[in-house]
Design a protein around this ligand. Structure first.
Ligand code: ADP
Length: 261
């Protein structure tokens, strides 16, 4: 972000290095229910980002002293795989991962009806397999879908997007080069139903006007991504194999030990 360079990030036609217009998102693909042992799971591809999320809970919080008698605690853990970036990333939590885990956890907590599950924990594991800028928002967006897949009651699925400043222009959804050599990056996440802002950060400098322009653009994109989240959930529950499982369960309930086929 602070790096100064002569790299040209926007060409004479106003197109960015990956060919996008200033207000264009990278391609986004969301898949729900990708892990068998988790209570809820999701996989997101967002530009060059590949992130998988597993949700466990609500389950009895352990160790016991962490239990809150009036609500569930939300533990989010953001982790970047050693192979997720160009140069091997040293495994384990660094300052950045601890910060991102904290802000994602706080955001999720503000959407979940935590008071419905006293003494429990809801554990959210965000594993970044490939990173290309914007992973905190992509991870949070996928985490909300995984929570919904786990059946955890929420105000709505949190969704977000970042905008920033590149070559003096405000652009949507920065990629890695834009994040590295741009002038500012502003990740934003909202609860669409209530319009609450649950995550907002700023790296770099913007004027007030630029800031407002960035927020406006991110919010609009977030509402678009919100639809992708819902479509992904619907797609899981209309997949043929899922229907088959439901049918088998129903048959087992009806016939008991009668299992000839
Ligand atoms: P976000 O991924 O939410 O944009 P940052 O702005 O901190 O968060 O990081 C931007 C990008 O920088 C990441 O998505 C990743 O591609 C890259 N990056 C972050 N940490 C490292 C690291 N330790 N080594 C190499 N690249 C990294």
């Amino acid at each position: 972000m602070s790096m100064v360079s002569n790299i040209k990030l926007i060409d004479e036609n106003g197109l960015r290095i990956d060919g996008r217009k200033f207000n264009e998102l990278r391609p986004i693909k969301i898949e729900v229910g990708v892990l068998n042992r988790a209570d809820g799971s999701a996989y997101i591809e967002w530009g060059g980002n590949k992130i998988i999320v597993a949700v466990y809970g609500p389950r009895e919080a352990f160790p016991k002293h962490t239990q809150n008698p009036s609500r569930a605690i939300v533990n989010a853990r953001y982790n970047m795989a050693a192979f997720s970036v160009d140069e091997r990333k040293r495994p384990g939590p660094d300052r950045r991962a601890i910060e991102i885990s904290k802000i994602i956890g706080e955001a999720l907590e503000s959407a979940i009806f935590v008071e419905q599950y006293p003494r429990t924990s809801i554990d959210v594991y965000i594993e970044v397999l490939q990173a290309d800028a914007g992973t905190r928002i992509a991870g949070l967006t996928a985490a909300s879908v995984a929570l919904a897949d786990a059946g955890i009651p929420m105000k709505d699925m949190i969704v977000g997007c970042a905008s920033g400043k590149v070559d003096g222009k405000i652009v949507l959804d920065l990629n890695k080069e834009e994040d590295n050599y741009g002038q500012a990056d502003v990740p934003l996440a909202i609860i669409p139903r209530t319009q609450e802002v649950v995550l907002l950060q700023m790296d770099g400098n913007l004027t007030r006007e630029e800031f407002e322009q960035a927020i406006e653009m991110s919010k609009k994109a977030a509402l678009f991504i919100s639809n992708l989240q819902k479509e992904a959930l619907l797609a899981k529950y209309s997949r043929p194999e899922e229907k088959e499982e439901v049918k088998e369960e129903a048959e087992q309930e009806n016939h008991g030990d009668d299992d000839h086929e």
